[in-house]
Design a protein around this ligand. Structure first.
Ligand SMILES: NC(=O)c1ccc[n+]([C@@H]2O[C@H](COP(=O)([O-])OP(=O)(O)OC[C@H]3O[C@@H](n4cnc5c(N)ncnc54)[C@H](OP(=O)(O)O)[C@@H]3O)[C@@H](O)[C@H]2O)c1
Length: 364
């Protein structure tokens, strides 16, 4: 690759504006890979609003040039997973990298290796079961003593159900069953979601008998789920999501299930369903979500749920909250968790959810 592309496209333009538009010099710069994707655009705005410096990376020179113009406060690098030096240039001087380039099978390993070389923390937003599982299994031991924290699947899928499950568990050391049910009014998928779904097809698992076992989510019968509030009782179908992987890494339950109502599943199955359309100035779509997590121990049940708008957009405040807590050493134990972890394992779930004002949560 031309070494020109490894340089910061905004270096000349923003020599005196790199301090960020809001609060003077940022204490931390966060690298964002895959920076011109749909979800990444929410991440850029949210991380900037929260006062982090930004180093933006992506593989398409033209699209990165457009980003450099739109965000003069950011460092902007053309970077590719095939060119480790370009990733090193992107991560230089940063404290943490967020990987938003999915499908993630090709991007997670090189970004984790780059994070290790640079000595920075790593977060990705994958919703893919196989990638999330591989990250935990491949890196958990290797990274345990790295002094760095790696949080895979930190998005609407992965983080939000895990935090709700952790909250619902409360003081229970174990449950018989943890079930996550999603009610979406629709799902207009991005190209990244469609590609990721195709990569995961045929490789999905669920947690049964305390093990991750293969699972065909095309073959599941509907069951009725009593959602709280106006959503009411709806038929849902079992599916394999990153949530089973993340939750089963730290919460003890032999059965961990995920379900979704029919409207979004029909949208996903229809190749003609368009990508999301913005309906407000922040770029959010009109999509609504409800995530309901029920934990059961014998005849006892506890539940926690969250509602909000746009599953892609809400991923940004979840990531930004995690970034803030990691960089402020507000993780358990002792403020400095290391290794590959689940969000509910390292963050105070209730405090975290309360801080994400883009969603509303409740326990019952
Ligand atoms: N866990 C969750 O709840 C959650 C939430 C939001 C998104 N996601 C996932 O995150 C991914 C991105 O979502 P999105 O909505 O932003 O999709 P998107 O708009 O299609 O963007 C995907 C981005 O990833 C980049 N990319 C893909 N493969 C790459 C590679 N090998 N090297 C470099 N860049 C690569 C794309 O660049 P090019 O255009 O150059 O290919 C693009 O910038 C998807 O897999 C999606 O399912 C998960």
């Amino acid at each position: 690759m031309n070494t020109d592309t490894n340089t910061d496209m905004n270096a000349d333009m923003n020599a005196d504006t790199n301090s960020g538009a809001n609060t003077g010099a940022p204490r931390h710069t966060v690298a964002l890979f895959g920076a011109y994707g749909h979800t990444a655009r929410f991440l850029v705005d949210t991380l900037h609003r929260r006062g982090f410096g930004l180093a933006l990376g992506g593989r398409d020179p033209e699209r990165m040039r457009a980003l450099a113009e739109a965000h003069p406060y950011a460092r902007v690098h053309v970077a590719s997973v095939d060119d480790p030096a370009s990733l090193d240039a992107l991560l230089a001087g940063t404290s943490l990298v967020v990987n938003a380039a999915g499908p993630f099978g090709d991007t997670t390993p090189p970004l984790i290796e780059a994070a290790l070389r640079a000595g920075v923390h790593y977060i990705d937003i994958t919703g893919e079961q196989p990638v999330t599982r591989r990250t935990f299994e491949t890196y958990r031991d290797r990274l345990a003593d790295s002094g760095l924290l790696f949080l895979p699947a930190l998005g609407f899928f992965g983080a939000l159900p895990d935090l709700l499950a952790t909250l619902a568990m409360g003081d229970w050391a174990a449950a018989d069953e943890i079930s996550v049910a999603f009610a979406l009014d629709s799902w207009h998928p991005t190209e990244g979601t469609r590609k990721a779904g195709a990569r995961s097809a045929g490789h999905r698992v669920t947690v049964s008998g305390g093990e991750l076992v293969p699972f065909d989510d095309h073959q599941t019968d509907a069951l009725d789920w009593e959602f709280p509030g106006e959503a009411g009782t709806q038929p849902v179908r079992a599916l394999g999501t990153a949530d089973q992987i993340v939750i089963s890494r730290h919460l003890k339950a032999p059965e961990v299930r995920a379900y979704m109502n029919d409207a979004p599943l029909s949208d996903l199955r229809d190749a003609g369903t368009p990508p999301p359309t913005a309906v407000d100035e922040d770029g959010r779509s009109a999509q609504t979500f409800l995530v309901d997590v029920v934990v059961r121990r014998g005849a006892e049940r506890r539940a926690a749920s969250a509602t909000g708008r746009d599953i892609y957009a809400v991923t940004a405040p979840l990531v930004a909250e995690a970034v803030a807590r990691v960089l402020d050493s507000r993780t358990a134990p002792h403020g400095t968790a290391t290794g590959v972890r689940a969000p509910g394992e390292v963050f105070d779930a209730e405090d975290f959810l309360a801080a994400v004002t883009d969603l509303t949560y409740a326990v019952r």
